[in-house]
Design a protein around this ligand. Structure first.
Ligand code: ADP
Ligand code: MG
Length: 307
């Protein structure tokens, strides 16, 4: 097993300019640490898939360095330790699910056990179906199983849960968490911000080929909301009907902002428990209480709009 702080893959000051003149990745530096799920977020065209392809050795950088397990990503030993699920993944239609999985298992000396793969990708019961006869979501799950076939130390998942129903998505989330818990590294790109929030130890927000924000989900939300001081613990939003004045609330522990809409007051605070304890003592009539976690979506929209 890999140690917790080891860098598994990195881009250093890497630029990728395609032949059509598009600079997809622009002096980008990224580090992936072992045992972590890292979510790469950004609007369409931000350069996420290009960054993944660079780390997979499918695309050569125009300048800068790409390193995976301390060597070139095209090194065969490196490739055997990585698994991938690409956005436009395809597989032969006339092979059965079982055959696909076993062909890929056959490429590796220590593949994942067949039964474990079926379970991980929620494919039980579909083993004898032809790939071509599967629904879009079922095909996605086969591609997920193929990515894990070699029991890789590093897994690239480009939009792995697109088109999946909630049950399959949750099954794949559980598997991604289990991979990280076993010391594996997962780089995930996704359009589902709640997926990044639920899974990622670290979020990297990209726009126009560059990193515009990186950190834990709580840190990214704090930075997106314009509260960089709250980055360590994040913040929460307390909403209630109260007779306490905005000035009074503003002076309470960890309060970052206070606003009022109709009869409801909204208090943004780094220390929701401390603020609430005081508020409940001072205002016995306090009602309609709600405590909300900020949404990653709000941070994402603010961060990508600024750029
Ligand atoms: P994302 O995955 O974040 O949507 P991509 O990495 O796919 O972004 O694309 C980044 C930019 O590079 C886009 O402007 C896209 O049109 C362009 N691009 C991607 N792949 C190629 C390619 N093979 N040839 C030319 N341009 C490309
Ligand atoms: Mg993409």
């Amino acid at each position: 097993m890999l140690s917790a702080t080891q860098t598994v893959a990195s881009l250093e000051n890497t630029t990728k300019r395609y032949k059509n003149g598009v600079t997809a990745v622009d002096h980008l530096s990224l580090h992936l640490s072992s045992g972590q799920v890292i979510a790469l977020l950004g609007p369409n065209g931000a350069g996420k898939s290009t960054a993944v392809k660079l780390m997979m050795g499918l695309s050569a950088p125009t300048s800068g360095t790409v390193s995976v397990f301390g060597s070139d990503p095209r090194n065969p030993h490196t490739r055997l330790r990585t698994g991938v699920m690409l956005q436009v993944g395809r597989a032969p239609e006339m092979l059965r699910v079982r055959e696909h999985i076993n062909i890929f298992r056959g490429y590796y000396s220590n593949p994942m056990p067949y039964e474990d793969l079926m379970k991980a990708a929620a494919l039980e019961g579909l083993e004898d179906r032809f790939f071509g006869q599967l629904s879009g979501g079922q095909k996605q799950r086969v591609l997920f199983a193929i990515a894990l076939a070699g029991d890789p130390d590093l897994v690239f998942l480009d939009e792995p849960t697109v088109g999946l129903d909630i049950e399959s998505r949750r099954a794949i989330w559980a598997e991604i968490r289990a991979l990280a818990a076993r010391g594996k590294t997962v780089l995930l790109t996704t359009h589902y911000l709640e997926e990044a929030d639920a899974l990622a130890h670290r979020i990297i927000v990209m726009n126009k080929g560059r990193v515009i924000c990186a950190g834990t989900p709580a840190e990214v939300k704090s930075m997106g909301a314009g509260y960089p001081s709250a980055t360590a613990n994040g913040f929460k939003i307390v909403r209630c009907a109260t007779t306490l004045t905005a000035d009074h609330l503003q002076a309470m522990p960890g309060v970052l902002a206070v606003s009022t809409t109709g009869h409801l007051t909204e208090i943004t605070t780094e220390q929701p428990e401390a603020a609430l304890r005081e508020m409940l003592v001072l205002d016995r009539s306090l009602s309609a209480l709600e405590v909300e976690c900020p949404a990653l979506e709000d941070a994402f929209l603010t961060l990508t709009a600024e750029n």
